[in-house]
Design a protein around this ligand. Structure first.
Ligand code: ATP
Length: 220
């Protein structure tokens, strides 16, 4: 099985990486593709270039076997739509191979508003990286979809290429890219929130730095 995890990754941090590793292991994935999105729909444009965000993802996963930075969304023009991304992966992996689309709980709550959401489930399983304590109830339409598609066991995902929804509780790390950008802009260190090789890129390229804060080393 192949896992797919898209995000702005501006920058990638341990709040992305730790839950992704937990899902990678519990599902027994062959590979996890981390896919920086060119410009996510419904949000502010990224502060850094596609090349910088890809370089940060590559640096973050370089020493993790099975984790692969995937540049395909950065080569596309216009908005990133999950349906199109999955179509591209189907072209690469064929129709039989199970594909698991990883998404956060908040993203899952908005799933029915995604473009071609019902067709997305013909292309991939959804793996929801869930909070250990359930949040508010799902809205009725999403709850019905979840009940109809729910996989109780990760092994159920391996038996077909797409169409199931598996919810897996993951360690919650209250880390956000927004907070990291603010730290760096304030001249403070993002160490222990972000892998050191990513910090090295932030530092070398002067990313996220506010003009009133002169360059300085962010790590020890
Ligand atoms: P920003 O602060 O810029 O909105 P972000 O930290 O939320 O960024 P994204 O790149 O937008 O990062 O996130 C990609 C995916 O990772 C989303 O599905 C999001 O729900 C999930 N995610 C982000 N941060 C965490 C976290 N701390 N724990 C679990 N999932 C997360």
């Amino acid at each position: 099985m192949i896992g797919l995890f898209g995000g702005t990754f501006d920058p990638i941090h341990y709040g992305h990486l730790r839950p992704a590793l937990e899902v990678f292991e519990i599902l027994g994935l062959d590979e996890l593709r981390l896919i920086p999105l060119r410009e996510a729909v419904h949000r502010e444009p990224p502060q850094t270039t596609p090349a910088d965000r890809l370089a940060m993802v590559e640096a973050a996963v370089a020493d993790q076997p099975g984790f692969v930075a995937d540049p395909r969304e950065l080569q596309r023009h216009g908005g990133s739509y999950t349906y199109d991304t999955l179509t591209s992966f189907r072209a690469e992996f064929g129709i039989e191979r199970p594909l698991c689309l990883l998404l956060g709980e908040d993203a899952f709550r908005g799933f029915l508003s995604w473009r071609r959401s019902s067709e997305i489930l013909t292309l991939a399983h959804l793996v929801v990286m869930a909070r250990p304590i359930p949040g508010p109830r799902l809205n009725p339409a999403l709850a019905a979809l979840y009940t109809a598609r729910r996989a109780m066991d990760p092994a159920a995902l391996a038996t077909r290429p797409a169409g199931r929804i598996y919810r897996h509780p993951v360690t919650q790390l209250a880390i956000s890219s927004t907070a990291i950008r603010a730290l760096v802009a304030a001249g403070r260190s993002p160490r222990y929130l972000v892998p050191d090789p990513v910090i090295a890129i932030i530092e070398r390229k002067g990313l996220y730095r506010a003009s009133e804060h002169p360059p300085r080393r962010l790590t020890a």
